[in-house]
Design a protein around this ligand. Structure first.
Ligand code: NDP
Length: 287
């Protein structure tokens, strides 16, 4: 497959970054690539995102597209060090030694010699603390720039803190206006942990919400843009997934307008603790 080289001059959006606890900059918006298993479609989406100004890609061993992520990065003219790559250790590979091995496999698939952010994908009982200890070792060995976790409730984080020398600097959880994660967000802030929202658009289901539609009409933006702006104004990082070029571009154009205090409050009030994915306290996967 021929991949067109991306000229940095075509850049359409500059995405701001959050400064993490160790001073590393993480873009407030990245491309989520879950379910991008069609090789050509995945590379095309990632390449378009880099062309539009995205500088972060969120993958995982489970997504079976780490090779494609590496390929899209190598095909772009954006220097590797300007792209923030996240990947995750899958549940069946957790534990201390297993995580170190899984990391090596991910590095090989990505074709990279370091990863920006490595996460425990889900807090597998009896294993997630050791998994994080291995991630901490990778951080000490400078193979990753940031250690983190995903799908950790406060009680999981407290267990990790008991054994950690360095606290996780990012927690990636399901978050959108129907699941605002207020308590977890306050806890993460207190502990200098950035929150990344997965399914930031509620998997697309909440794009027809009447309140969000009304605000979108008022500010002259799409509902997806209003939601992504809401995340940003809450100081959260988002990783919306799309394989559709115009949507990839649209999702990045959220740094040129502001929601008022009243609009933010109306969006906050949509919370109903509704999950579209699994609850980290009950997440048996049959694979
Ligand atoms: P999202 O909330 O990002 O929604 C994705 C869906 O919304 C897709 O169907 C996409 O369609 C559609 N969409 C995207 N942008 C627009 C737009 N502007 N207008 C209309 N529709 C739009 O959900 P995901 O569950 O995919 O989550 C995003 C990312 O979060 C994943 O890719 C993954 O990286 C991460 N994640 C992490 C998890 C974890 O356990 N840590 C769990 C789940 C996800 P289309 O692609 O057809 O354009």
């Amino acid at each position: 497959m021929k991949i067109e080289k991306i000229g940095v001059s075509k850049l359409t959006v500059v995405i701001p970054s959050k400064i993490l606890a160790n001073g590393v900059n993480m873009p407030y918006l990245g491309l989520g690539v879950y379910k991008m298993t069609n090789r050509e479609e995945a590379i095309q989406a990632m390449s378009k995102a880099l062309e539009f100004g995205y500088r972060a890609i969120d993958t995982a061993a489970l997504y079976y597209n780490e090779e494609e992520v590496g390929e899209a990065i190598r095909a772009s003219e954006v220097p590797r060090e300007e792209i923030f790559v996240t990947t995750k250790v899958w549940n069946t590979d957790q534990g201390y030694d297993e995580t170190l091995r899984a990391f090596e496999t991910s590095m090989k698939k990505l074709g990279l010699d370091y990863i920006d952010l490595y996460l425990t994908h889900w807090p597998v009982e009896e294993k997630f603390v050791d998994t994080y200890r291995a991630i901490e070792r990778l951080y000490e060995e400078r193979l990753i720039r940031v250690p983190g976790v995903s799908n950790h409730h406060i009680h999981h984080l407290e267990k990790v803190f008991l054994k950690a020398n360095v606290k996780p600097m990012v927690n990636q959880v399901e978050m959108h206006p129907y699941l605002s994660q207020e308590q977890l967000s306050a806890f993460c802030k207190e502990n200098e942990m950035a929150l990344t929202a997965w399914s930031p658009l509620g998997r697309g289901v909440i794009l027809q919400d009447e309140t969000i539609l009304a605000i979108a009409e008022k500010v002259g933006k799409s509902t997806a843009q209003v939601i992504l702006r809401w995340h940003y104004q809450h100081d959260s990082i988002s990783i919306p997934k799309s394989v559709t070029p115009c949507r990839i571009k649209e999702n990045a154009q959220v740094f040129d307008f502001e929601l008022s205090k009243e609009q933010m409050t109306r969006l906050d009030q949509l919370n109903k603790n509704q999950r579209f994915g699994k609850n980290p306290d009950n997440f048996n996967f049959d694979f």
